[in-house]
Design a protein around this ligand. Structure first.
Ligand code: NAP
Ligand code: GDD
Length: 340
């Protein structure tokens, strides 16, 4: 019998990679999309067009993590073997502007799914994956963060995700639900949302190279992140649910770069020669002809920043046999070739 998966957040970056991954593994994949006034399925449209998928293994439903009734009805109807909760207001910066909505979706949305599993008495049938984040470590003092590192969330987004993390553990311990947390560090891809920094940099530099724009505006160049490729990270999500017991895992590359280093690496691949001048809000990157192609705009700074993230995924390597396969250079090349 084919396994059935239900993905919340199917139209997002990870949802699209996970759908393809599970379909290859012969799952029936149900995905939940939100109603939108404009089409929001561009990342998964190709799955429909794939001739191999004409067997109707990929089914979409309308729903929303703020709507308890639809969550309960869908879970009751589909009775999936695995639920992946990837849905979220996932932008850290935006969460400062819509904190209540972020908490409603990212924190309470998780509770709504878990409590539907409980109240429908599907504890023995359904495994639940929660999309946790390295942002929960926030203002950490540890050079590397692993499953034992304390959380110190620094945004409404991260605080909501800490709730989601702990409510998943609480439902696991209280009701024996197979609920696992993946604590994923930043992961990117060609279909990364346009307002996240890696995609913004790649897309901006490609436009500069083609003379479509003159300048790319960025915020904090000195934040350090551990960037991996989404296609490696969805495999980890699946492996987490195949483990014999529910547990929590850090998923990361263990390597770290500043935003500025990411810009430099991307420029190298695009054969754009730049030099940096100035400091603080006046820092700029000049191209060979002396044009200011990168400037700083303070509107991209956050009220509280997460300065440094670098994951230690020894546990995932040991227990799940998971390791990241894509280097940062390969990630950047993949993003550039899709952009071009
Ligand atoms: P993403 O591209 O922003 O996708 C988020 C998904 O959630 C989209 O499908 C979005 O729908 C959906 N969504 C938003 N609000 C919703 C609501 N109220 N009800 C139902 N669905 C809703 O994010 P991602 O990068 O794929 O990340 C997937 C998950 O992993 C998120 O929970 C994120 O917080 C978490 N995470 C991401 C990273 C990372 O580096 N990418 C790292 C750690 C954790 P629309 O398409 O309609 O907007
Ligand atoms: N978005 C953005 N735009 N970030 C910028 C910019 C800019 O113009 N300039 C500098 N940055 C800095 C941010 O201040 C942050 O320190 C870093 O670049 C990365 O920002 P994002 O790409 O927006 O990602 P994030 O680290 O805040 O959050 C992402 O990763 C988390 C995992 O750690 C998101 O995908 C979250 O959903 C995810 O949980």
């Amino acid at each position: 019998m084919k396994k059935i998966a239900l993905i919340y957040g199917v139209t997002g970056q990870d949802g699209s990679y996970l759908s393809k991954f599970l379909l290859k593994k012969n799952y029936i994949v149900h995905g939940v999309k939100r109603r939108s006034s404009s089409i929001n399925t561009h990342r998964i449209d190709k799955i429909y067009q794939d001739p191999h998928e004409k067997n109707k293994s990929f089914i979409l439903h309308y729903g929303d993590l703020t709507d308890t009734l639809s969550i309960k009805n869908l879970i009751q109807t589909i009775k999936p073997n695995e639920i992946y909760n990837l849905a979220a207001q996932s932008h850290v910066g935006v969460s400062f502007q819509i904190p209540e909505y972020t908490a409603n979706v990212d924190a309470l949305g998780t509770l709504r799914i878990l409590d539907s599993i409980r109240s429908l008495k599907l504890e023995k049938k359904v495994k639940f994956y929660q999309a946790g984040t390295s942002e929960m470590f926030g203002r950490t003092v540890n050079k590397f963060q692993n499953e034992k590192t304390n959380f110190y969330p620094r945004s409404p987004y991260a605080v909501a995700k800490v709730y989601a993390h702990w409510i998943s553990i609480n439902y696991r311990e209280s009701y024996n639900i197979f609920a696992s947390n993946g604590i994923l560090f930043n992961h990117e891809s060609p279909v990364r949302g346009e307002t996240f920094v890696t995609k913004k940099i790649i897309s901006g530099l490609c436009k500069i190279k083609k003379n479509k724009i003159k300048t790319l505006y960025l915020g904090n160049l000195y934040a350090k992140r551990d960037w991996g490729h989404a296609k490696d990270y969805v495999e980890a999500m699946w492996k987490i649910l195949q483990y014999k017991k529910p547990d929590d895992f850090v998923i990361a590359t263990g390597k770290q770069y500043t935003v500025k280093e990411f810009v430099n690496l991307a420029c190298k691949e695009l054969a754009i020669k730049i030099s940096w001048r100035g400091k603080g809000l006046n820092e700029v990157a000049l191209d060979e002809s002396g044009r200011k192609i990168i400037k700083i705009d303070k509107k991209y700074f956050r009220p509280t920043e997460v300065d440094s993230l670098r994951g230690d995924s020894t546990k995932a390597k040991k227990i799940l046999n998971w390791i990241p396969k894509t280097t940062i250079k390969e990630l950047i090349i993949d993003m550039i070739s899709n952009e071009i």
